[in-house]
Design a protein around this ligand. Structure first.
Ligand code: 5GP
Length: 193
């Protein structure tokens, strides 16, 4: 097996990135590992989240330390909390042949695009904004104020979609996953993005 692939994925909160990733895993594993980068965040843990698996949940002081030591490939503030990608695991996973996925918001994604010309960037677009709001509400993990804040960010994030190498419309999950697999296979085979 050759080298792996670095994928930067963005898309509004509630668009279904988590579900798409689970299905990508089911498609590629066990032949090829899909490594989902575990970010550091200052956000509080949601019910059901596991420290070290969904995120490294840390306080602001620790976050600033990591940033100042240059240990984050990128970082950004989102809805009042800091999020950042630990740099060190990425290259070893790529050398191992893994598909490495960074699920990060747009400003962080642009930092990665600047620093890593091997990164393939993918934006997941919701079928429409009303549907997105319904999904976000249905998840039941945010307060009304947080939902409104995330919807405002989402509208602005969708305006940056054209800066990504690929846009995938998540109209149906099957279509979205099929499109994503095609992008991965093309780029794994060394074709230009
Ligand atoms: P959530 O709080 O819903 O888990 O994440 C909020 C937003 O932060 C999502 O758009 C998610 O993709 C993004 N995010 C998660 N980890 C990182 C990270 O390490 N860096 C950046 N820039 N964004 C992140």
């Amino acid at each position: 097996m050759g080298k792996g692939l670095l994928i930067v994925m963005s898309g509004p909160s509630g668009v279904g990135k988590g579900t798409i990733l689970e299905l990508l895993r089911a498609h590629y594993e066990p032949e090829r590992k899909v490594f989902l980068s575990v970010s550091a965040t200052t956000r509080g843990m949601r019910p059901g989240e596991i420290d070290g698996y969904h995120y490294h949940f840390i306080d602001r002081e620790h976050f600033v330390e990591l940033r100042d030591r240059g240990e984050l490939l990128e970082y950004a503030e989102y809805a009042g909390n800091m999020y950042g990608t630990p740099a060190s695991p990425i290259d070893s996973h790529i050398a191992n042949g893994d598909i490495v996925v960074l699920d990060i918001e747009t400003r962080g994604a642009f930092q990665v695009m600047e620093k890593r010309d091997d990164a393939v960037s993918v934006f997941i677009m919701p079928p429409d904004m009303d549907e997105l709001e319904r999904r976000l509400r249905g998840r039941g993990t945010e307060t009304e104020e947080q939902i409104q804040r995330r919807m405002a960010i989402s509208r602005s994030e969708c305006g940056h979609a054209e800066k990504y190498d690929y846009i995938i419309y998540n109209d149906t999950l099957d279509n979205a996953v099929e499109a994503f697999c095609k992008i991965i296979d093309t780029n794994l085979n060394g074709d230009v993005k």
